[in-house]
Write a protein that binds this ligand. Sequence first.
Ligand code: ATP
Length: 284
Amino acid sequence: MEILEKAPAKLNLSLDTPFVHQDGEPEWNMVMTAIDLSDHVYIKTIPNSSTITVKTDSGFLPCDERNLAYQAAKLMQSFITPKQGVEIEILKKIPVSAGMGGGSADAAAVLRGLNKLWKLKFSNNHLAKLALQIDSDVPFCVYNKPSLVTGRGEIIQPIGTLPQMWIIVAKPSASVSTPSVLKQIREQKIEHQNVDKVVLAIKNNDYDTLSQNIGNALEPITQKRLHEIHRIKEKMIHFGADAASMSGSGPTVFGITQKYSRALHIYNSLRGFCKEVYLVRALS
Ligand code: ATP
């Protein structure tokens, strides 16, 4: 049996880390949304086998147990008898190591897909708990709805629909290793964010308050290593975005506007400076 699951990228409209747990993992307080830029994940189950294979069209990705989609298949395999094998093929559209949760999105797609193919009937809530064993962004990617995400990434509270807006996403040429940024949280001063205001703005469908409060506590850490982030943000604002911020641990930067003509202008202008630019909408 075979299924195609779309795996949408995520952006952090607001990201804060109130403290770091004793084991070194950050506590998160963030508002996340999925966007209409997706990997395509083909999942095929193979009877009388226990082998998991992963193929991708990206030269940069590991296809063994280091691939998060592989780890998701392995986890789901432990719930069925007799064992079945899984073939996964990933067509990558989401930039890798960009702060857009590409690996997490693929893993969540495999969890959802195998839940259907093997008729396991796990609720999204249950899948999200399993998802945390893979990575902190995978629980959100099970739902893909605008949400307040807290704990270590496992507490997902959907917030409703975002105000109507266009999102311009620009990925600088350099990539950033998430663990190396997270290691710096204890050592560097964090610019704490008003996440509650962003949540309230979304609940009130208040675009102005939302645009005034988007932000990312990790941005100063990544920005120190990659000055391009600041430059792209400045250009986004210069070309007409109402606000711009980094997503996740970076280096991807996104800007927002409510007007399509302005979004198109920002998109076209940025393509002169940045190779990877996307014009997208949030998924609700
Ligand atoms: P994070 O969720 O850690 O912030 P990110 O969004 O910045 O990640 P990803 O594209 O998920 O970036 O890649 C992070 C790491 O995960 C890379 O080292 C990559 O090799 C690894 N990885 C494992 N599986 C995948 C996958 N299916 N797609 C993308 N990256 C993957």
